[in-house]
Write a protein that binds this ligand. Structure first.
Ligand SMILES: [Zn+2]
Ligand SMILES: [Zn+2]
Length: 392
């Protein structure tokens, strides 16, 4: 069997791979399309997967992008369908209302769920799919986050962000000709979520070296290769170059697949994600808006890489640091944010998050490493001064 490294993202559908790490990795997604114009293949995909009566979930924005086109394609091909389109001025929140209202719109005859969107609609459809045991297909409209190929739904229930185990989509249809026209903050968010893999992978290496955690070299190389392709195309993102958008889309889908391959989110998420979640949780508690997940992750990758740089004399011998200068250069090339202040994070919240972001979850990262060494308070002061220009 050829190495995973040589597979195109679409080839991961249905993969069973005996890996050099000693495990057999698997992917339970049956169809992955990442191409320009691939939306026209949607009826074929649905039919192949047995869909005859399809429940379409969209919001007014994603419906405007390709909802009518999807409905027309299904009608032309004799696939019965009906839609629930959420209409809202503000972004749809993945809460009890979204889940309950979508469920109430379903019909007894439905045999497939089709979400048109990215974050929230995908997360809602994933949970519905898990509870109704109907397969779901995602038509991606924006390369904004890495949850397309994921098995968990992060939802806001009773005002708290929680992650519920759910299911994979049976198919992902990512038409890059559609996705390239997504709002620019969504493009940079997807890019930032990918750049965050540099520090996530550093945290995985650290956890292996310090705690002897399971680590898969092939999966790491796979993610690194996808990230490098995005980095090389960074400048193209600002001008909506389709190749750059495709690189980001592929990397986002691959990083979800990588999580599925190893059964833990190590290949995709480390301290940079804990910062992002911490800021989001505080914003939710205060009833404030927060940046898009990936835009926070991109900035937090700079912070995490800065912590590694400060800690370099304490790290295990020959430990390969995440390259802070490269991370900043990538974010700058894509015209994405590198500064927590510019992201809207207050100085107080920033300082607090360096000290407490690790409490978001029980996971070994550079933050816990520094905490064990007693260095976190001093480094929090150094970085707060660096980013906010005055001592605390
Ligand atoms: Zn492996
Ligand atoms: Zn992420």
């Amino acid at each position: 069997m050829q190495s995973m490294l040589n597979l195109a993202p679409a080839d991961f559908a249905g993969l069973r791979y005996p890996c050099s790490c000693g495990r057999t990795h698997g992917v339970d997604i049956q169809k992955i399309l990442i191409e320009s114009g691939c939306i026209v293949k949607l009826p074929e995909v649905i039919r192949e997967l047995g869909g005859k009566h399809v429940f379409i979930l969209a919001d007014n924005n994603t419906y405007a992008v390709c909802g009518e086109q999807v409905e027309a394609l299904l009608s032309e091909n004799g696939i019965t369908h009906h839609s629930r389109v959420f209409v809202s001025e503000t972004p749809l929140v993945p809460n009890e209302y979204a889940v309950g209202s979508a469920l109430a719109a379903m019909e007894m005859e439905d045999d497939m769920i089709l979400a048109i969107g990215s974050g929230t609609l995908n997360d809602t459809a994933r949970l519905l799919s898990a509870r109704t045991r109907l397969p779901y297909v995602i038509v991606a409209t924006a390369p904004s986050m890495d949850g397309f190929a994921s098995t968990v739904s992060p939802l806001i229930l009773d005002g708290m962000k929680i992650t519920i185990p759910a299911v994979y989509p049976v198919a992902i249809v990512a038409d890059t000709a559609i996705m390239k026209d997504a709002p620019m903050p969504m493009l940079t968010a997807g890019f930032g979520d990918i750049i965050g893999k540099y520090t996530a992978l550093a945290d995985w290496r650290l956890a292996r070296d310090i705690n002897g955690e399971y680590y898969c070299n092939e999966v790491v190389e796979l993610v690194e290769k996808a990230v490098e392709k995005c980095a090389a195309n960074a400048a193209g993102l600002c001008v909506r170059d389709e190749e750059a958008v495709k690189a980001v889309t592929e990397a986002l889908i691959l990083s979800g697949i990588a999580i599925g391959l190893v059964g833990v989110s190590r290949p995709a998420s480390g301290a940079e994600h804990h910062f992002s979640h911490y800021w989001e949780v505080i914003a939710l508690q205060n009833g404030e808006e927060h940046p898009l997940h990936g835009n926070s992750v991109g900035v937090a990758a700079v912070i995490s890489a800065s912590l590694y740089e400060l800690a370099k004399d304490e790290l295990p011998e020959n430990f390969v640091l995440p390259d802070k200068a490269h991370i900043i250069a990538c974010q700058n090339a894509a015209d994405a944010c590198v500064d927590p202040k510019a992201l809207g994070i207050t100085k107080e919240l920033f300082h607090e998050s360096v000290l407490h972001a690790m409490e978001i979850r029980e996971r070994y990262t550079i933050l816990r490493f520094l905490d064990h060494k007693g260095l976190l308070p001093a480094f929090a002061d150094i970085l707060t001064e660096r980013f906010y220009g005055e001592t605390v």
